[in-house]
Design a protein around this ligand. Structure first.
Ligand code: ADP
Length: 556
């Protein structure tokens, strides 16, 4: 049978057109510090058209890269929609990377035009001299003369434009190209490299479209939802939120640069947020803040947390004290990013121990994502909830290679190729899969602590320590040990003003964990160092330990 369905391509422009006309009344709400500014999706569609016209005039006529250096706000959303829809490629730059890494990724991706928030224009001007490929800078919001001069200074910069002035007068409709290949690139993100440089992942229209629809399904997003997007638009494809909002007709609440617990609590209360997305540290900070600053969060039914393991103690506290369900999810930049979502089976009694085991897992594989566990001897481990292996995945929104421009070093090329195995992506994550497809991660391959003949899971230890009521945060890394090869070092942040000591925490832990897992080495720190996207930065802790910067107590 060769006559089946129509071959309409799955394009970002279809999501844009659909969301901004069918759900014209929905809104993108950007927090301003004092309150919020709003645009309807009808207006978002008009501005996306204006931006596309303006970018064409600046020479974007193919798949050139348009970078963004922005917080989460309405203009970033408009760019997310307009750039891929016109056939160009959106590259959201991670504003928190170290400057040399930002320069590396913007150069590697070959960004031609960069759109910058006014509040980030100064730091961006410092990078611009090192980005000879950037010809135009578009600034969202007003800047002072000094910053403008700094942006205009490099010779390769043809012009610096003001967002409003650039869009003004452009037509509010655009004939989005319909002949684009759905497998062509629509956007890209870089993931932090472990040994070499950051690696680029290019998403296609098709992968983004399918991922958006599946993410909406898997997370239970629905029409009229008010989604608080704390996860940055530059982190792992913003977990699909800009596109899934278009697909389901949900409004977006964008925090801009106001990412602390106090403004987030105010946004949830005032903007009647129903659902949100962010890394564990964001929600953990919010939970601590709410202890002394009550807020009415009754509209919020759930928060999705991913990017790093969600501490079960935090999940329970949100449920029991605030009636908010934390939905734990796992994914990677390479996977667009969603791979698993932890919604316990309906056969399980809510609140039971079994329920919490399911909820605290990384989650169940979502439709479209296949997984297999590869054991140390390259054999495939069974889905029995016990056999441990490295997870490998494949599916329509999982990358089949990293983006290469031919100028990579040999080390980078080798690292890029080593992540693929017979058409599967090696995740570098180690754990188990249950018969019903729930993934439990015990570690990243590089974080496993090898103590004597045993593997100690740093994640299990962190969760156990963070369940102590006076511990705010804890991070565990393996450190060299003469007798055992490696032993865990626990760095803990104690609740301000609490009389608890690490001796108390260790004693408390002794009743809960086998003796060989108990760390001997403890350090009290003010804060766990975080990566550019807010994950615990174990590299920094290992380095501090190695350089003798941590005050370590040895308890036996
Ligand atoms: P980066 O490598 O820059 O942190 P990603 O956000 O793509 O970029 O990181 C993906 C990795 O984050 C995963 O491979 C996994 O190790 C970790 N991760 C993501 N979600 C979870 C989770 N729910 N629990 C534990 N680890 C997670």
């Amino acid at each position: 049978m060769d006559s089946t369905m129509q071959h309409t391509p799955l394009l970002i422009s279809s999501l844009l057109r659909f969301g901004t006309t069918v759900f014209a009344e929905q809104k993108v709400i950007t927090w301003t510090g004092e309150g919020a500014r709003e645009l309807t999706y009808a207006e978002v569609g008009q501005r996306a058209a204006q931006l596309a016209h303006a970018l064409r005039k600046l020479g974007i006529d193919g798949d050139q890269r348009v970078g963004t250096f922005m917080w989460n706000n309405a203009e970033h959303l408009i760019t997310y929609l307009a750039v891929p829809s016109m056939g160009a490629v959106l590259h959201a730059l991670n504003i928190r990377l170290f400057p040399p890494q930002i320069v590396y990724v913007a150069t590697h991706a070959d960004d031609r035009i960069v759109i910058v928030d006014n509040t980030l224009a100064k730091p961006f001007s410092g990078l611009l001299a090192h980005l000879p490929g950037v010809q135009h800078v578009i600034v969202n919001g007003s800047i002072d003369d000094e910053t403008r001069a700094a942006l205009e200074a490099p010779e390769h910069v043809v012009a610096v434009h003001d967002w409003d002035a650039l869009l003004e007068g452009e037509p509010t409709a655009y004939d989005w190209p319909e002949d684009l290949d759905e497998n062509s690139a629509s956007s890209m993100c870089y993931t932090s490299g472990t040994t070499g440089n950051p690696k680029g992942v290019a998403y296609s229209h098709r992968s983004n479209y399918l991922h958006a629809v599946t993410a909406a399904l898997a997370l239970g997003a629905k029409q009229g939802d008010r989604l608080l997007v704390v996860v940055p638009l530059f982190h792992a494809n913003a977990w699909g939120f800009p596109y899934l909002a278009m697909a389901v007709g949900a409004s977006l609440i964008m925090p801009d640069r106001f990412l602390q617990a106090a403004p987030l609590a105010a946004m949830i209360e005032r903007e009647k947020v129903t659902f949100g997305a962010g890394v564990p540290t964001i929600w953990n900070d919010l939970l601590s803040y709410l202890e002394t600053n009550p807020a009415d969060l009754s509209t919020c039914r759930g928060l999705v947390v991913g990017g790093a393991a969600a501490p079960p103690a935090m999940m329970k506290a949100f449920q029991e004290e605030h009636g908010i369900t934390i939905i734990h999810a796992w994914g990677m930049t390479e996977m667009s990013p969603i791979g698993t979502v932890a919604i316990p089976p309906t056969t399980v009694e809510p609140g039971s121990d079994e329920y919490w085991r399911y909820a605290a897992a990384q989650g169940r594989l979502v439709v479209g994502v296949e997984g297999r566990l590869v054991g140390p001897d390259d054999s495939i481990a069974p889905w029995d909830g016990e056999s441990v292996g490295e997870l490998e995945v494949r599916g329509p929104w999982i990358t089949r290679s990293y983006y290469a421009n031919g100028r990579e070093s040999d080390v980078d090329r080798m690292e890029m190729e080593s992540k693929f195995h017979d058409g599967w992506l090696r995740t570098g994550d180690v754990g188990t899969l249950s018969e019903d497809a729930f993934l439990v991660l015990t570690d990243r391959a590089k974080d496993v602590i090898k103590s004597g003949g045993e593997w100690i899971s740093s994640v299990d230890l962190e969760n156990a320590i963070m369940a102590h009521p006076d511990v705010r945060e804890a991070s565990v890394v393996g450190v060299p040990d003469d007798r055992w090869g490696e032993r865990p070092l626990a760095s803990v942040v104690l609740r301000a003003g609490s009389p608890t000591t690490v001796e108390d925490v260790r004693e408390w832990l002794a009743g809960r964990l086998p003796k060989w897992m108990l760390p001997e080495r403890w350090a009290v720190i003010d804060e766990v160092p975080k990566t550019s996207v807010g994950k615990f930065d174990k590299k920094v802790l290992r380095k501090r330990y190695a350089e003798g910067e941590l005050e370590v107590q040895t308890l036996a």
